[in-house]
Design a protein around this ligand. Sequence first.
Ligand SMILES: Nc1nc2c(c(=O)[nH]1)N[C@H]1C(S)=C(S)[C@@H](COP(=O)(O)OP(=O)(O)OC[C@H]3O[C@@H](n4cnc5c(N)ncnc54)[C@H](O)[C@@H]3O)O[C@H]1N2
Ligand code: MOO
Length: 444
Amino acid sequence: MLAQEIVCGTSPTSHVPCEQMPAPTWSEARQLAFDCAIPLASASVPLADAIGYVLATDVTAYQDLPHYASSAMDGWAIHGGGPWEITTPGLPLSPGQASVIATGGLVPEGAGAVLRKESGQVLDAGYGLQLSLKPDAKPGETLPGRHIRPAGEEARAGNVLVPAGTLLNPAHIALAAVAGHDELQVQRKPRVAVVLTGSEVVTSGQPAAGQVRDTFGPQLGAVISQLGGIPGSQQRIGDSYEEWLSALGGPPGAERSDVTITTGGTGKSGTDHFRAAVAALGGHLLLDGVAMRPGHPAVLAGLPDGRFVIGLPGNPLAAMMALMTIGEPLLAALQNQPFRTAGHLTSGADVAPSPGRTQLIPCTFVHGLAFPASHTGPGMMRGLAWADGFMAVPPGGVEAGQPVPVMPLPWTSAWTRTWTSAGSQAQATIDFPNPAGRYAPWHG
Ligand SMILES: Nc1nc2c(c(=O)[nH]1)N[C@H]1C(S)=C(S)[C@@H](COP(=O)(O)OP(=O)(O)OC[C@H]3O[C@@H](n4cnc5c(N)ncnc54)[C@H](O)[C@@H]3O)O[C@H]1N2
Ligand code: MOO
């Protein structure tokens, strides 16, 4: 859903056309992509379906957890120090009485403790069964509260068990079930359609000269899911304006996406139609180019029906860096997730300056250092394939030993340990919890 105030470029207040403004920096572009969306509506879903969604409303305890005092052992509920006369289970106990109880059973009124089976012995006393402590029973077995799980020891009625904003994992769902919830209110996930463009793009086998093998079709669905979206339709078109118009307009009656990602056609040649098609559909550009490399021609637009369109450049690495710059914060905002700022690691190598633009370089994280990968040209996938994240090297470059902004990739363990398990917004700042592991902590 589009935010009410849509801005372009670096001005927060005016509606200056994008082309008249300097391209925003990488950080500004990320912030702008985040700020231009408001969260999608929430919906109530059955517990099991809520895993992987962001919780929209706190899950609270309807009653104390556990809601009654129960036995932690198989044995006897006892009143007093023994020996005890064994009575009917479930009835209130008077001093000197005991009754059989199973693990999880309701502790009867009057019971001060539970004597576990191994610690007691039963004799027929003639007038009834009598329970006594075994001589080898552990000390303290009859002390008040022994082997009783008191009511409310896990939570009190009204306590917040899972705060709104949490990305729900299976254990959260189990906790909600324990607390008596049947459905949870979750943030709707954005539906993301993909339009792959380019008549030179082929989808199988080895491409001939002048053709390229499609790198986006096989990976984008998974990356969209990893960013919290629901992959929708995937359409392939050539390079004509008519095809662009009809693909962005969408087939009549088709389920509308919240976001459409296009690939290619962000340049300004005769076969690049992103901007013209958006304009013809009554849309407007929210971002037109970013001061970064690769990926500088990336575009973000809004259509009158509330849809966002992300224009990824055709070059494969450029497209993925543009997706992390624009798509990642946009999808986070639509899901009511916090804005994710870059962390910092120490650079393991010098990176030369590139005046006026941020260099996005796939890198590996080794013992707290970030090492730029090789094979990171805008059209290459080889460097990214082995990377843990990417460096966002400022225009002035970076020297080995200096801190450099870094971000994890959605498919690496670094991402899992920083962001997808972040829970509440307050916990969502980047912090590696395992400094002893391969990934050392980020510097602030
Ligand atoms: N005169 C200029 N030319 C270019 C500029 C510029 O500033 N001035 N910028 C260059 C940069 S940087 C980029 S990035 C690209 C952006 O190009 P487009 O978004 O218009 O993309 P295309 O021209 O359609 O394709 C570029 C490149 O990517 C290949 N491609 C396209 N789709 C796929 C796919 N599905 N899988 C793999 N590869 C794909 C396509 O064949 C081209 O090689 O413009 C530069 N030019
Ligand atoms: O920005 Mo292009 O994205 O360098 O390949």
